[in-house]
Design a binder for this molecule. Structure first.
Ligand SMILES: NC(=O)c1ccc[n+]([C@@H]2O[C@H](COP(=O)([O-])OP(=O)(O)OC[C@H]3O[C@@H](n4cnc5c(N)ncnc54)[C@H](OP(=O)(O)O)[C@@H]3O)[C@@H](O)[C@H]2O)c1
Length: 322
């Protein structure tokens, strides 16, 4: 088989650089399914993967891309036959195993999710890791919510947060508060991240939020725990603003606040399958319009992430004929 296009990261003189290159099939990792990739996406982790000290990729040359959607063209697993439309996210994809920024990917069948006929490859990848993570966050907080619960979503213009907002509204939770560093148009109230962080730091502050989906971590998570209402819950899934958590035990022991950790990478299979089945059967795709780019446009989007100009979901159309 002839060579194909991929976005390849190389490390030279301690500096990581990436570009679209022709690579050969023998560079792909060994796995039981070969996939003709049609779509991938750019997530925060992919942005980190492209950085010299991003802490995501350890060996080079490497093909990033933690999401991919495509069609199986070779398979050693009869449950995943040739022609099957599949989505791959999670596990080592785009981290320790060549990912989706490539016209072909070799992926273990245990990592694959079958895409139902009525869902397109583009729709499946639009959901991708962001959709799965948002669904896991919503699942984690759902049992704590009343219809009028006041729910804060941090890092509001990001991919996971955009998906979480859509999912919560679909479930009828409309009392949302968004926290963002950016100015953007929305019908929901927006708290500026800088204004929020400028508030005096207290172990227990005025009770403002019944539930939180937090993609930012660091100082934002540290500060918001003191403002969660009695019996409330925070789903912590991200660290875009830092990894250090400074808190006291008071929100937990005096207000019965729950801090729930969310991980989409090693989610147990039953939970993962359930989340995908729900997303495919009920997600309102009309509510999200991803930016569509080519492999060659990846550097521009990575720069947008670095300068905090990136908004929503970015989908990569890997093949010009998709
Ligand atoms: N646990 C998991 O399984 C899992 C899965 C997926 C993603 N994640 C994590 O979740 C986070 C969001 O991922 P994503 O792909 O949605 O990323 P994203 O699209 O870049 O969204 C992150 C958002 O956080 C805000 N932000 C960025 N830098 C910040 C800073 N220094 N301080 C405060 N806010 C900042 C920005 O929103 P505003 O400008 O609107 O504030 C940004 O859009 C990342 O940390 C990612 O690693 C975790």
């Amino acid at each position: 088989m002839k060579n194909f296009k991929a976005y390849l990261l190389q490390k030279n003189n301690e500096k990581v650089t990436g570009q679209v290159q022709e690579i050969s099939f023998d560079m792909l990792p060994v796995a039981d399914c070969l996939i003709e990739v049609h779509y991938s996406a750019v997530n925060y982790k992919d942005y980190l993967a492209c950085q010299t000290n991003g802490g995501v990729v350890r060996t080079y040359p490497f093909v990033p891309g933690i999401d991919l959607a495509g069609i199986i063209i070779q398979s050693a697993n009869e449950n995943f036959p040739v022609g099957q439309k599949v989505l791959a996210t999670s596990f080592g994809l785009g981290v320790s195993h060549f990912g989706g920024w490539s016209e072909y990917a070799s992926v273990p069948s245990e990592w694959l999710i079958k895409i139902p006929d009525e869902i397109s490859l583009k729709q499946a990848v639009t959901l991708g890791t962001a959709g799965l993570t948002a669904a896991l966050c919503v699942e984690a907080i759902k049992n704590h919510l009343r219809p009028d619960s006041r729910i804060l979503i941090t890092g509001a213009t990001g991919g996971v947060s955009t998906m979480a907002r859509i999912l919560l509204k679909q479930l009828g939770f409309n009392n949302l508060v968004l926290m963002s560093q950016k100015k953007f148009e929305t019908n929901d109230p927006v708290l500026s991240t800088a204004d929020f962080l400028a508030q005096p730091k207290k172990a227990l502050a005025k009770q403002e939020f019944d539930a939180v989906i937090d993609t930012v971590g660091g100082a934002v998570l540290s500060q918001l725990l003191s403002q969660v209402t009695y019996g409330g819950i925070v789903a912590s899934c991200g660290n875009a603003g830092g990894i250090k958590l400074e808190t006291t035990v008071l929100p937990f022991i005096l207000r019965a606040v729950t801090l729930a950790g969310i991980d989409s990478v090693n989610t147990p299979n039953d939970l993962r399958q359930k989340a995908w089945a729900q997303l495919f059967s009920s997600f309102d795709f009309e509510k999200v319009s991803p930016e569509i780019i080519s492999l060659a446009q990846i550097p521009e989007v990575v720069t947008d992430f670095a300068k905090n100009r990136h908004v929503g979901r970015t989908v990569i159309q890997v093949r010009s004929n998709s």
